[in-house]
Design a protein around this ligand. Structure first.
Ligand code: PMV
Length: 344
């Protein structure tokens, strides 16, 4: 028996940075799911070879990946109560990413999204349960336990993870959809300029933990919670100027948190700043509603409406080509997808 899921990555417009025990966030966050950048995970249930509680093999691009196997094993061990029927089997995972490993873009959200979906789908199938809305809520919560931002990779278009005042269905445990989205934001593009593809000098796990004794932590958490509320309203009303303001400020605030932690560090590179300056110049000259955001790394996500695709491509080719080593042309997506098995 096998279960295959394709799960896209997502890009946060209001950032999650700082966590409490059990992968609960210190503040709410809001993101857009992508389309071209995804992980695909096939979970095969096989007969067990021993009496061990958890038997697992993890293959990434056809090669055994012991580091990730250990991580997934620990994840399943911790969350074993959710998969009692699945754990009667030996688990073989085969995973791939649509983006090159060297791209330096975060894959933990898409990978844990797909892993949680495959495990839960297997559990549901073994217990004859249907894949209803509750399935996706549970998958979001289980994905969160693997990687916080993965909770937001389970839903189409825009989603919010974290309890937001006045947004009754929102929760710290799983992501919920933002349902009212103005046409200005329904066809957003995200072109990712890869500035550097080397492993990060400080991991996100360490970055989150440095928020614990951060001098600006409590103000930052309040600001992010407020911004999620404002952003929900902006998405509803279609205010592009306000959208750009929050998205760019969030990227810079995330990096400012890194630069002001104890230990301080820096993940942006000179070319990250060159691209930001180019975007600002281009926006001023053309009035095209284009903006940038950053993840916890040096690569620049360039966000713009599909209707300006031609102008932006021209701009990227002429003004940004020297600052990047690769590009990924991505856009707003429809969420994860269960893949049909092709049986030879
Ligand atoms: O999901 P994690 O633990 O890898 O944290 C990701 C945090 C950011 O990508 C920097 C921000 C976010 O909200 O996605």
């Amino acid at each position: 028996m096998s279960f295959t899921w394709r799960c896209p990555s997502n890009i946060a417009f209001v950032k999650y940075w700082g966590k409490k025990p059990n992968q609960l966030p210190c503040n709410a966050s809001l993101s857009m799911i992508l389309s071209a950048s995804y992980s695909e995970v096939r979970l095969e249930l096989k007969e067990k070879k021993s009496k061990e509680e958890i038997e697992i093999d993890y293959f990434f691009e056809n090669k055994k990946n012991e580091l990730f196997e250990e991580k997934v094993k620990r994840y399943i061990e911790k969350n074993r109560i959710y998969f009692p029927s699945v754990l009667q089997f030996r688990l073989r995972f085969d995973s791939t990413n649509s983006f090159p490993h060297s791209a330096g873009i975060a894959s933990s959200a898409s990978a844990f999204g797909a892993i949680a979906l495959a495990l839960l789908d297997a559990e549901y199938s073994l217990t004859n349960k249907a894949l209803d809305t509750y399935f996706y809520q549970k998958a979001s919560s289980l994905a969160r336990l693997g990687s916080g931002s993965a909770s937001r990779s389970i839903l189409p278009a825009f989603s919010v993870w974290g309890k937001v005042e006045g947004f009754e269905t929102s929760s710290d445990e799983f992501a919920v959809p933002v349902l009212e989205v103005h046409k200005h934001f329904q066809n957003l593009k995200d072109t990712i300029l890869i500035v550097d593809n080397q492993p990060k000098s400080v991991s996100s796990t360490i970055g989150h933990s440095l928020m614990q004794n951060h001098p600006f932590a409590s103000n930052r958490f309040t600001q992010a919670n407020e911004r999620v509320k404002t952003m929900i309203e902006i998405l509803r009303q279609g205010d592009e100027e306000q959208f750009i303001h929050i998205v760019e400020s969030e990227a810079l605030t995330l990096h400012a948190m890194m630069m002001t932690s104890n230990e301080y560090y820096l993940l942006m590179k000179p070319n990250t700043l060159q691209i930001i300056e180019e975007i600002w110049r281009f926006r001023k000259q053309t009035n095209i509603p284009i903006c940038f955001t950053l993840d916890a790394g040096p690569n620049v996500h360039i966000i713009y409406p599909e209707s300006y695709q031609k102008e932006v491509r021209y701009f990227l080719k002429n003004n940004c080509n020297n600052y990047k080593i690769d590009s990924i042309f991505d856009e707003i997506g429809l969420g994860p997808k269960k893949m049909n098995e092709i049986i030879a």
